[in-house]
Design a protein around this ligand. Structure first.
Ligand code: ADP
Ligand code: MG
Length: 621
């Protein structure tokens, strides 16, 4: 871009200042003098030292652990400018604001700023007057921007929310995709990639995509001792009254409620507003409204916020007492990050997850919407040529190809093009002209789609976990330094803390247990589906859900153990589980039945029979 070129013409000879040695030794004094902190938090010093001495670093620490300091402090210590790439404008604004208040020289360039403002930030950068320059990743697609940065390279590059670069992560952002390539042009600056959420696969991918070399991987602190994770099976219609009663106690607020869709968020908001000071946040609201609600919640003027996953990246509110998921999240990564917003002040907090089988339908819907069928994408790909075609023309073709009954949902064309670009089946330029890419996009896309499905499956398997919930999460993230002890506060470790308490088994349930034990003593390692069929012969009333609840009780009581297995069908792996008696179970006596406890029941739903519906006949046993 000519403006930028003319700007940079006279600054060719500017280079980053060398890192002053004294400052390297002085991390601690800077911590105090610049940031006003008395001491490092866990792991911060180790990370800062690595970054300050010029290593590439991948840092994975939970939200609220203090990752920003891990690039800000070494950035200051090294001198020159630290370039910070961050995915959301709101996050960038917030960070710049915080840094300025500390007296640091920080500015930002993004699409929300005027030309003059961005120009001024460039000038300041080129004159070496900025400690920090924050940008959104899409800035690199502005012609001339990279060349401007190259005129006076940054000393350090921080990539915040780095999981967004991995298509295996839960929050992949296409704009992050080409980041690694661009950063290469800014070497020798070292790179620190920061995220709160990355499984080992995602960690590998981040390092590969960003082309980190000989990086130190610092994966720390997934365990959160003060969050009691509690799960409850509840149908969508039961969730509002449950939330109303869960939030009644003053100690349970401030609270965040994650809704699976905008529509559900609206419904919950409507249902809660007469009882609580509640706000709402989702991507369908006007930015002013959204931001107002967010800041009202952060400042404490609202005590409850109902939000979709659009809320929260980088949100820093210390005293959230309860995080409720009114529906099954799409991935464990997302779930962990969302519950991590509870109890940042270290005080006891709860994370309650409401789920039901129907939630899987919601995820199937999202998958279909966000990941079009391969055949749909192919239709566009086959029209592409080495010569440019404007995307508006392709879009018209697409609309006529997919007239009803094959009608595609709103936005399907944009999604399809986005996927083609990500998987390099197409390239799109700044003016919206598309050219053909490589045919291998298909394989790569199919893999990503499968991965997405797998993430949702893993989330639903998490609800069936029969040991410490926190430990389940820690193992998922591969935090190898964790001691591996149960948390003691989740509903698995301490069933009495379940949202609805516990009760003894009913006579009917005790009868089921006796039957299960009798069946297993003859047929050990019974698949749970088979076991259900066995039970139905004598107890036609037992549902699959009943059986799962009873098995959970028996596993916790040490009477049976479960093993997860799978078989192949039509090229897909179908998971199932088998049930076996433990030696304690073999010794169990009828008297022991009275000691078993099961999670309390949901308040029963008011029965409103549909008009004209005949009363259901009960099956005779
Ligand atoms: P993350 O990016 O890991 O989610 P932040 O960098 O936003 O976390 O930090 C969370 C909060 O912790 C901020 O309010 C920050 O000022 C505070 N903080 C960070 N480091 C320290 C420290 N050493 N001592 C006290 N507070 C700190
Ligand atoms: Mg952060």
């Amino acid at each position: 871009m000519s403006t930028l070129e003319s700007l940079t013409a006279h600054t060719d000879r500017l280079h980053p200042e060398p890192a002053p040695q004294s400052a390297l030794l002085n991390l601690r004094s800077l911590l105090n003098s610049k940031f006003g902190f008395q001491a490092f938090r866990n792991h911060q010093e180790e990370v800062c030292l690595h970054v300050a001495t010029g290593r590439d670093v991948l840092l994975v620490m939970p939200t609220g652990a203090g990752k920003s300091l891990c690039y800000q402090l070494p950035g200051l210590a090294r001198g020159g400018t630290t370039l910070v790439v961050s995915p959301l404008l709101a996050l960038i604004e917030d960070q710049v604001d915080k840094m300025k208040r500390l007296g640091l020289r920080a500015d930002r360039i993004h699409s929300g700023r005027t030309r003059d403002e961005s120009r001024s930030a460039c000038v300041q950068y080129l004159l070496g007057k900025l400690d920090f320059l924050l940008i959104a990743p899409e800035r690199f697609s502005v012609p001339g921007f990279l060349a401007m940065l190259q005129k006076r390279k940054p000393t350090l590059i921080a990539v915040d929310e780095a999981h967004c670069i991995s298509q295996w992560g839960h929050d992949f952002r296409p704009d992050y995709r080409t980041l690694g390539e661009h950063l290469q042009a800014l070497r020798p600056a070292n790179v620190v990639a920061l995220t709160a959420t990355a499984t080992p696969v995602v960690q590998d991918d981040i390092c590969k995509q960003l082309r980190l070399t000989d990086e130190a991987r610092l994966i720390h602190g997934f365990r959160r001792n003060n969050i009691a994770i509690q799960l409850m099976e509840a149908q969508p219609s039961q969730r509002l009254p449950l939330i109303q009663s869960l939030l009644k106690k003053d100690q349970s607020r401030p609270a965040m409620i994650y809704a699976p869709t905008r529509k559900v968020a609206e419904q919950l908001f409507e249902g809660l507003k007469s009882q609580f000071r509640v706000g709402i946040y989702h991507a369908g609201l006007l930015p002013q409204v959204r931001e107002k609600n967010q800041s009202q919640f952060l400042q404490g003027n609202l005590e409850v916020i109902v939000a979709t996953v659009a809320f929260g990246m980088g949100v820093d509110k210390a005293n959230i007492r309860t995080v409720i998921h009114a529906g099954l999240p799409g991935s464990i990564e997302g779930y962990y990050q969302e519950i991590g917003r509870a109890g940042r002040d270290g005080h006891p907090s709860r994370a309650i997850l409401m789920h039901a089988y129907v939630d899987q339908r919601t995820h199937e819907f999202f998958l279909g919407r966000d990941y079009p069928e391969v055949s749909v994408i192919k239709q566009i790909f086959e029209k592409l040529k080495p010569e440019k075609i404007h995307s508006d023309i392709l879009k018209q073709d697409f609309a006529s190809d997919f007239k009803s009954p094959q009608n595609q949902p709103e936005g399907a064309f944009e999604k399809a093009i986005e996927k083609l670009v990500i998987h390099r089946g197409a390239a799109i330029d700044f003016e919206g002209c598309v050219t053909v890419g490589v045919a291998s996009w298909e394989k790569s896309y199919v893999e990503q789609r499968r991965h997405k499905e797998k993430m949702a499956l893993q989330m639903s398997q998490f609800t069936q976990l029969h040991f410490c919930r926190m430990l389940g999460l820690i193992q998922y993230f591969g935090d190898q330094k964790d001691p591996g002890t149960p948390c003691g506060v989740c509903d698995s470790c301490d069933p009495s803390q379940a949202p609805l308490g516990v009760r003894p088994l009913t006579r009917e349930e005790q009868g089921w247990v006796a039957q299960i034990m009798a069946t297993l003593s003859v047929n050990d390692r019974r698949a749970s589906g088979r076991l259900h069929k066995d039970l139905l012969e004598d107890s036609p009333a037992i549902t699959r859900f009943d059986l799962e609840r009873i098995l959970e009780v028996l596993v916790k009581g040490g009477w049976v153990s479960l093993a997860h297995e799978s078989f192949e069908k039509d090229g897909k792996s179908i998971p199932f589980k088998t049930v076996s008696l433990t030696s304690q179970g073999q010794r169990a006596k009828a008297d022991d039945l009275a000691r078993l406890k099961i999670a309390g029941d949901l308040p029963s739903r008011p029965k409103t029979p549909k008009k004209g519906a005949r009363p259901r006949k009960r099956r005779k046993s």
